[in-house]
Design a protein. Structure first.
Length: 204
């Protein structure tokens, strides 16, 4: 998608949009690319045009990452945005879950736009509210929901009966181990809730 197709563009004056377009650069990265590491300080903000990016927190042993959230086409990351604007360290690592394209915009450009346009400033702050709500839901899910219910909710959210995914990917999304996910998926299969295939899961 073109930079003019992002939802916030309707908040900008033509001169502000021209300013943004002139001061952004296209970027293209392959699946598995790391956009930034935990504790980095971001100098640019990514406007994601296509693909999906996951934000994960790693423990000191670097083994069990916890996914905070993911962003898709038309979105930008609050962790990336907050780090760039305040020039503070990011709290998570950003990894491309697929091939991605987008636009990189310097934090200084974003700050100038925020000063020029109060509606755009409100939009930026609104991003934080949306993602903080999703983080709250994540914490509640981890604490209170049974894993089988969390797995089914995750699969149903894909809005298709056949989901292309692996047990490892589900484990990462739900912040648990692949072995546990495989066991619970088998239990759900035995209960005729779903059918397991290699690299795919079909909801019944």
């Amino acid at each position: 998608m073109d930079i003019k197709e992002f939802s916030f563009v309707q908040l900008l004056e033509k001169s502000e949009l021209d300013f943004l377009s002139l001061n952004s650069s296209k970027v293209s990265l392959g699946k598995g690319a790391v956009l930034f590491y935990q504790d980095d300080i971001c100098s640019d903000i990514l406007l994601l045009s296509s693909g999906e990016v996951s934000l994960c927190v790693y423990s000191d042993d670097k083994i069990e990452p916890i996914e905070l959230y993911s962003i898709e086409a038309g979105e930008q990351c609050i962790i990336n945005t907050a780090s760039a604007i305040s020039q503070t360290k990011v709290i998570a690592t950003a990894i491309a879950l697929s091939d991605i394209t987008g636009y990189l915009v310097s934090y200084s450009i974003i700050k100038k736009l925020m000063k020029k346009n109060e509606k755009y400033q409100d939009f930026i702050f609104g991003l934080f509210s949306i993602k903080f709500n999703s983080l709250t839901t994540l914490i509640e899910d981890i604490k209170y929901k049974k894993l089988d219910a969390r797995i089914l909710a995750y699969l149903l959210a894909k809005n298709t009966n056949t989901i292309t995914t692996t047990h490892e990917q589900i484990a990462q999304h739900l912040n648990t181990s692949r072995v546990v996910i495989s066991r619970v998926l088998k239990e759900l299969e035995n209960k005729n809730k779903l059918k397991l295939y290699r690299g795919k899961i079909k909801l019944l």
